[in-house]
Design a protein around this ligand. Structure first.
Ligand SMILES: [Zn+2]
Length: 113
């Protein structure tokens, strides 16, 4: 279950942020999870709660938004949703598109007290 190592690195990042801000407790964390980031939200949430049990982060709420996969075509200067792993521009058929969202996992907000 690779969610365990992801949860561990999230906890490391959050702990750094908390110490920078002299925070005593973690209230909530908001994550953006890319549609094809291969992270299962339920599994990540489970791991996060297991790791944070008994720590200053215990009981924090984990909010997760799924970010859809989007591509960008340079010649057309347009972006569009990528569906069914069809990595091509729907306007001109260009296959050298750039993936602009939906691949990564990121922390967008940390709420502490
Ligand atoms: Zn195009």
């Amino acid at each position: 279950m690779h969610e365990m190592s992801i949860a561990e690195s999230l906890v490391d990042i959050i702990r750094d942020e908390m110490s920078k801000n002299n925070a005593r407790a973690l209230k909530s964390v908001r994550l953006h999870i890319g549609e094809i980031s291969a992270v299962v939200p339920q599994a990540l949430s489970f791991c996060f709660h297991v790791i944070t049990e008994g720590t200053e982060m215990e009981g924090a709420r984990l909010d997760m938004d799924i970010v859809p996969l989007r591509g960008y075509c340079h010649p057309c200067d347009r972006d569009f949703p990528i569906e069914n792993f069809e990595f091509a521009c729907p306007y001109c058929g260009n296959r050298e598109i750039e993936t602009i969202s939906g691949q990564d996992l990121s922390i967008v907000e940390i709420e502490v007290e």
